[in-house]
Design a protein around this ligand. Structure first.
Ligand code: C2O
Ligand code: CU
Length: 463
């Protein structure tokens, strides 16, 4: 019902635009060219060459799918054609989008049926690193490959020699390098989620990017994995953290030894190549037994002398958070292995833990498993909302709010950097706050996709 209304008002707005465009001397309102995104099976050599290629579901033939690069303020028109056997949708993760374009089946649109095309049409308000992914049967569809990078460029290009999106992922494959199809294995749903047995960077086991000594690189790290938390480090590269989840830091932060990147999070870095010509620089994933290469940067000699520290990226539109006038709500997370649910509400019914497990539901928010009928909170536009999240489970969770960025309320009462996904470790209580500036119904869920499928999803309404 709601989706129809939204679509109608959208069409009106577009007609208005066309009418305007026929008037003479209109300021440049560039007609957006449509991007055609075809979602279809394709195969890709994921494993070493002595293994077969892996059958995936791709956006325009590759995983990650086609990288979309647009300027801040531009309009993105994406005609998404579904040539798969399942209904689907695309969600534009981190974009403070028009609600009707958010890509959540059953909330903001009907799923795109096999053979159908749906046109997403929205403006990109913020510069930064974003990504898109399927939001239908996402445990399966994101794993099979329906994911890609969306870069929104600053009005003035920053002073870097290369701009490299690095999509970090893992994939669970069989001994023949086929995608393991046990997507809803109860063990994954009730524990840490579906973990892969191969690590990927830009769809390869080790991505390769030649660089020169003294080059400054912008690395856009994006975690597109179903559930894996990456602990990353760099070798032969030194620099600064510039942005989290698309949003620039007010002051660039010198690169720490390790960077934690939870599912769906992004980190933008500016790094200078300090390795010598003939050496390799690396992006590494730390495991208990050492560092694994995710990307290799073979270094050749360059003519650049090292630049001074960068200034911050230009800020995106600000929606100030007013903690004094805020309304608060609690979100208690329960369930999962070692803290099994005794009971929870599911689609309006009170069920026992055993019945819930039968339905693949293992987690609850405030006693409800799965998307509740009522929102967690209804906010008036402009109001500040605080959500105190209590992780009463034995697992970490990557909490993602659609449609608006939030700040963490730190223990000393100050606000952390803007983010759209926050990692909370087991047993932690963390609090976030945001200005409810974007009207609509917005999901708030764990981005460990098995956890979302197994109960960890709620929503907020902004009127
Ligand atoms: Cu990245 Cu609800 O999604
Ligand atoms: Cu989770």
């Amino acid at each position: 019902m709601k989706a129809h209304l939204m679509r109608l008002s959208r069409r009106h707005a577009l007609q208005g635009l066309t009418a305007l465009a026929t008037l003479p001397a209109l300021p440049r309102m560039a007609r957006a060219t449509a991007h055609r995104l075809t979602l279809a099976p394709a195969s890709q050599q994921i494993a070493p060459p002595n293994y077969p290629a892996t059958d995936l579901w791709c956006v325009n033939g590759t995983m990650p799918g086609e990288t979309l690069r647009l300027k801040q303020g531009a309009q993105l028109v994406a005609e998404v054609e579904n040539r798969l056997s399942q209904p689907t949708s695309l969600h534009w993760h981190g974009i403070r989008i028009d609600n009707a374009m958010d890509g959540v089946p059953g909330v903001t649109q009907d799923p795109i049926q096999p053979g159908e095309t749906f046109t997403y049409d929205f403006v990109l308000p913020d510069a930064g690193s974003y990504w898109y992914h399927s939001h239908a049967q996402s445990v399966e569809q994101v794993e099979r490959g329906l994911q890609g990078v969306l870069i929104v460029e600053e009005p003035d290009a920053p002073d870097v020699d290369q701009d490299l999106p690095l999509v970090i992922d893992d994939l669970r494959v069989t001994a023949e390098a086929a995608v393991d199809t046990a997507f809803n294995a109860p063990h994954d749903l009730s524990h840490a989620g579906r973990m892969g047995n191969v690590l990927l960077c830009n769809g390869k086991m080790v991505a390769d990017h030649p660089v020169k000594t003294g080059d400054r690189l912008r690395l856009r790290l994006i975690n597109s994995a179903n559930a894996r938390i990456f602990t990353l480090g760099l070798q032969g590269l030194e620099g600064w953290v510039m942005a989290y989840d698309g949003m620039p830091l007010a002051t660039p932060m010198p690169l720490p030894d390790q960077l934690v990147l939870a599912p769906a999070q992004r980190i933008d870095l500016f790094v200078d190549v300090t390795a010598k010509a003939g050496e390799d620089a690396f992006l590494l994933q730390f495991e208990r037994d050492g560092g694994y290469e995710l990307a290799r940067f073979p270094v050749s000699s360059g003519t650049r002398t090292r630049r001074t520290a960068p200034t911050a990226l230009p800020p995106n539109p600000d929606f100030p958070i007013d903690l004094n006038a805020a309304r608060s709500v609690d979100l208690i997370t329960e369930g999962g292995a070692m803290a099994w649910l005794q009971n929870a509400n599911f689609k309006g019914e009170d069920l026992s833990g055993q019945d819930l497990a039968q339905l693949g539901q293992f987690w609850s928010f405030n006693g409800t498993a799965g998307r509740p009928i009522e929102p967690l909170i209804t906010a008036s536009r402009g109001e500040t909302i605080r959500i105190r999240m209590v992780n009463d489970t034995q697992f970490p969770h990557a909490m993602h709010l659609h449609g608006m960025h939030f700040s963490e309320v730190l223990p000393d009462g100050t606000l952390g950097p803007l983010r759209d996904t926050l990692l909370m470790l087991r047993g932690e209580t963390r609090e976030i706050a945001f200005q409810a500036h974007n009207p609509g119904d917005w999901l708030f869920h764990c981005h460990m996709l098995s956890h979302h499928a197994a109960g960890m999803g709620t929503w907020v309404r902004v009127t």
